[in-house]
Design a protein around this ligand. Structure first.
Ligand SMILES: [Zn+2]
Ligand SMILES: [Zn+2]
Length: 263
């Protein structure tokens, strides 16, 4: 069944992804204020009243800032694993007990199938997600220090992949961040660089892969055009050309992407 996807916000100033099919509508993360999320939902023709749930990847504030507010405003269940709940709870405010959903393994929200998978990142128990609607599958994989083999297997052959291209390594290393922060971002529990993602993608996709969306770009250590061209060149080196059957696009900090129709 066809899905609609928009990245409402992406980057260390806030992350949120809207995914729906004809019956179920969810957010993955809500790392902006509730007001800002509402405004961005409106821009893509959606609204908070219609949401069915918020799924949380991990407890960093750029992923949960608006989660508590939105849950209260629209009586939304929040799904997270146990350790993420423990990390997030102090920042969420009071949440109705019935809206605290702790998952272990795969689950359903309405008629969307949800498969969480562990990722290496410096949070309690961070996850990415594969969301499926019938045969159509969308993957969300940001905030990863590296991509383990088991994650590569999971991300293979999706209909849409939202993946991080956080930083240009040279910009990070020659930039103004203090050394411990540089080390954290570049470390095994940090973030994927443009080169990491560029090297990875040809292994995950074929020439009939509907859509790749580069996300969580650093404001200080990346340039959107650089992320795009680094990945594009790597794909082309492997004979994978951007066109009708292979889209490559960017997610933004300050505005939602278009509403992509997948499947
Ligand atoms: Zn993040
Ligand atoms: Zn994070």
């Amino acid at each position: 069944m066809e899905m609609e996807v928009s990245v409402l916000a992406s980057g260390s100033s806030g992350n949120s992804i809207y995914i729906s099919n004809s019956k179920t509508r969810i957010l993955i993360d809500a790392g902006l204020s509730g007001k800002e999320i509402d405004e961005r939902l409106k821009k893509i023709g959606a609204c908070g009243e219609e949401l069915d749930a918020i799924l949380v990847t991990h407890e960093h504030s750029d992923h949960i800032k608006g989660v508590g507010v939105l849950s209260r405003r629209y009586d939304l269940p929040i799904y997270a694993n146990d350790l993420t709940w423990q990390g997030a709870a102090p920042s969420l405010g009071k949440i109705k007990e019935r809206n605290c959903r702790i998952f272990q393994g795969d689950f359903m929200v309405g008629d969307l199938g949800i498969r969480p998978f562990s990722i290496p990142h410096d949070a309690n128990d961070p996850v990415g997600y594969i969301i499926n609607s019938g045969e159509t599958r969308v993957g969300v994989a940001t905030d990863m220090g590296f991509v383990p083999e088991r994650v590569k297997d999971l991300l293979w052959g999706l209909d849409m992949l939202i993946i991080e291209a956080n930083h240009d390594l040279e910009m990070l290393m020659t930039g103004s961040y203090p050394w411990p922060l540089k080390h954290r971002i570049n470390g095994e529990k940090g973030h994927l660089s443009n080169d990491d993602t560029a090297a990875l993608l040809p292994k995950l996709i074929n020439s009939n892969f509907p859509c790749i969306l580069l996300a969580h770009l650093s404001k200080d250590n990346n340039i959107p055009e650089l992320a795009y061209i680094t990945v594009k060149n790597s794909l082309e080196d492997e004979g994978l050309y951007i066109g009708e059957n292979l889209q490559l696009n960017l997610a933004f900090r300050e505005r939602p992407t278009q509403l992509y129709r997948v499947g």
